[in-house]
Design a protein. Structure first.
Length: 238
């Protein structure tokens, strides 16, 4: 059984050169023509189970690979029973994978997640005059239980509006420096922005500086988490 990491140009890397952990074997490379699939030969499907260890290994391998070459990352947990299956996939989808590789050459993925601080979230929501009056009325004990539910819904509507405004501001700064991008749905009520960007390596420093500019502007009220470079998971549907 084989666990697939990603697809590369066959002669673009020496897998033995990957600097993984001391107890980790480098992946094998199964070659079909000009393409190769980076794999781990395994005895069971334990690596496909989403544990902290398996996810960490998957991420570490791909992060090492992108230091050397372009990779089309496979979804976490992709398994093949036989080597012949891998040859068939690479042969059948050869043109498609080369298009991916060409599009991804010299590009990395980075992600910016931003959350309101708890106090600033409340302050931002209460700047809405209607919500401010409503909150004071609830605190005075006016209204019924359903008012609290409706107030919560109204707060989320205001939060969605504020997210859209922040998205416009963030994208105005970051979008000119990215080839592709997408904005993900918030994971919780305090998350204000979650954007993933495909950036040319030669623009990476400029992009970092642009994120720094946003941080200086918003860090008093928001928490930033800027990560990468990653393999371009969000820009390959594979």
């Amino acid at each position: 059984m084989y666990y697939g990491y990603g697809i590369i140009r066959a002669k673009s890397i020496e897998v033995e050169s990957l600097k993984l952990g001391p107890k980790q074997e480098p992946p094998c490379l199964i070659v079909e023509g000009e393409l190769g699939m980076l794999c781990a030969k395994i005895e069971d499907d334990s690596m496909a189970t989403a544990t902290r260890e398996s996810m960490s290994l998957y991420t570490e391998v791909l992060c090492q690979v992108i230091k050397h070459t372009t990779v089309v990352p496979l979804r976490f947990g992709t398994l093949f029973d036989q080597e012949e299956e891998i040859h068939m996939v690479l042969k059948k989808e050869k043109k498609r994978y080369f298009r991916f590789l060409t599009n991804l050459d010299n590009k990395i993925e980075v992600e910016l997640k931003v959350w309101w601080k708890k106090e600033s979230f409340q302050d931002t929501m209460m700047k809405n005059k209607r919500l401010g009056r409503w909150k004071k009325a609830i605190e005075r004990g006016e209204g019924q239980g359903y008012d609290v539910v409706e107030f919560g819904k109204a707060t989320m509507e205001v939060a969605d509006y504020e997210r859209k405004e922040l998205e416009k501001s963030f994208l105005a700064t970051l979008r000119p420096l990215a080839d592709e991008w997408l904005v993900k749905d918030p994971m919780d009520e305090f998350q204000a922005f979650d954007g993933v960007f495909l950036v040319e390596r030669q623009k990476e420093e400029d992009f970092d500086q642009a994120v720094g500019t946003l941080y200086e502007k918003y860090s008093a009220t928001m928490i930033f988490k800027y990560t990468g470079p990653w393999a371009p998971h969000h820009f390959v549907n594979e």
